[in-house]
Design a protein around this ligand. Structure first.
Ligand code: NDP
Length: 452
């Protein structure tokens, strides 16, 4: 099954990768997107090809797979599967979120861990790439069930992580509540209080602005992208998908910068508020989603003038800026066509790989300013990195200090994308820029280590 072939073209490389990793479409998709833009760069820089850096970077350092048994409120024994994919620690300890969702499988976690390696490198902080999670579905579970599941998962996971080894964080289905249960169990098992998880509560080592960081960072990136063409978020109509952590705080920053947020969604459908979601209305969304754990359709109970479109995604609503912030492959070619026909100017991915390959190609062909997740949503892991720094120093920075550092990091990522993605005309290919910018630092470290 394992075929170690020397390839100097993309087709041969992808054929080998698919053979070695069968039935993993999301992983193939993420690698192809990177390899497509990297191959010409490798042609021009043969030292990376000779050392087979891309072949090594597409093979995770290790994958840990384990059973999580736990007891539900009715006393039934339940069994889930969990993983930690430690992808690459060339430039720092592994770092990446944990996802709890019934769709979680190795293909999804490998795509996320691979992307994370490039994203973490782009932040300029010393963090390697990892991802983990479980096919556990937190929806409809009681707090005590969530607690028992998290404690059982950490009872196995704790031996593979640590502040200098691997530092997990949240992702879909893993928010403040889950991180607290996981950290509480880690602390108990290890008898140590270290920054081994990020996204912690403020009273036990968490960082200000971590909760907001991915959404805010995504909008800072969009603002940088628009300023690069002499424009800004101010006055723009904006469509956002999702209504979780990333979507809510992306909406908050758009509103603060003077943009008009028209939509939010969840897996049931989307709400369209033609008058715009204001700061006050967003507080309603926070209460619904963060406290009541309700569906987004409940927005209409508070804002009856809005519309709810069941089973649909928000991409047919005309807007100048789109921020997909829900999940992978939620925006397809037909959606891209509608968005472009309706006057889209720019798109920044708050989620990981929300835009499928055909849609990305269409946006780039039509010169839409398109920011891939590994650049646009790196603000979350960047502030997680800052949380680790504060934990190591045993101090807490102010909100302004963290937000300022986040803004600087997003500006630097944007510069890096422009440096490696600018073409002969004014258009910047951010996909190419982010892939090459993220690759170089990791690749140079791997070259320096020799054959490992
Ligand atoms: P949350 O769990 O807080 O929210 C996820 C949102 O996406 C919910 O509205 C959810 O709706 C929706 N969603 C999830 N799965 C699907 C699906 N299959 N179809 C339609 N809608 C879906 O997660 P986050 O906001 O933290 O994460 C969102 C995205 O951002 C993910 O791609 C994640 O990897 C990425 N990301 C997150 C970071 C973070 O700091 N949290 C950092 C960088 C990237 P429902 O409730 O109905 O399932």
């Amino acid at each position: 099954m394992y075929e170690d072939t020397f390839c100097d073209n993309l087709d041969c490389f992808m054929k080998g990768l698919k053979k070695r990793n069968p039935h993993e479409p999301e992983f193939h998709q993420a690698v192809r997107e990177v390899a497509e833009t990297l191959f010409p760069y490798l042609d021009a820089h043969p030292k990376y090809r000779e050392a087979r850096i891309l072949e090594r970077m597409t093979e995770p350092d290790r994958i840990i797979s384990f059973r999580v048994s736990w007891e539900d409120d009715a006393g039934n024994t339940r069994v889930n599967r969990a993983f930690r994919v430690q992808f690459n620690n060339a430039i720092g300890p592994y770092k990446g979120g944990l996802r709890f969702h019934p769709s979680v499988n190795l293909s999804i976690l490998k795509f996320l861990g691979f992307e994370q390696t490039f994203k973490n490198s782009l932040t300029g902080l010393p963090m390697g790439g990892a991802k983990g999670g479980s096919n556990f579905n937190p929806k409809g579970k009681s707090d005590r069930e969530i607690m028992r599941f998290c404690q059982s998962l950490m009872t196995e996971l704790h031996q593979y992580i640590g502040e200098n080894t691997d530092v997990p964080a949240g992702d879909i289905g893993v928010g403040a509540r889950e991180i607290s249960y996981l950290f509480g169990q880690y602390k108990r098992l290890r008898n140590e209080f270290t920054g081994t998880l990020t996204g912690k509560g403020l009273s036990f080592g968490g960082s200000l602005v971590r909760k907001e960081a991915t959404g805010y960072g995504c909008v800072y990136f969009a603002e940088n992208m628009l300023q690069h063409i002499g424009d800004s978020v101010k006055g723009k109509s904006v469509v956002i998908s999702g209504s979780g952590n990333v979507a809510i705080y992306a909406a908050e920053k758009v509103i603060e910068l003077g943009g008009k947020v028209l939509t939010l969604s969840d897996s049931g459908g989307y709400i369209h508020d033609p008058d715009g979601i204001t700061e006050e209305k967003l507080e309603i969304v926070k209460q619904l989603k963060e406290v009541d754990r309700a569906r987004i359709s409940a927005y209409l109970d508070h804002v009856p003038s809005a519309q709810y479109h069941e089973g649909e995604t928000p991409w047919s609503v005309p807007a100048e800026l789109a921020l997909p912030c829900a999940t992978q492959n939620e925006l397809h070619l037909e959606d891209a066509k509608k968005l472009v026909a309706n006057g889209l100017l720019a798109l920044a991915e708050g989620a990981n790989m929300p835009t499928d390959a055909d849609a990305v190609e269409y946006f780039i062909e039509h010169k839409i300013h398109f920011a891939p997740g590994k650049a646009a949503n790196a603000g979350g892991v960047a502030v997680s990195g800052l949380e680790q720094s504060q934990n190591a120093l045993r101090l807490s920075w102010s909100r302004e200090e963290v937000d300022q550092k986040l803004q600087t990091i997003m500006i630097d990522i944007h510069k890096s994308c422009v440096k490696y993605g600018a073409g002969s005309d004014a258009y910047v290919n951010y996909v190419k820029g982010a892939n090459i910018g993220g690759f170089i630092k990791v690749a140079d470290a791997m070259l320096a280590y020799g054959v490992v």
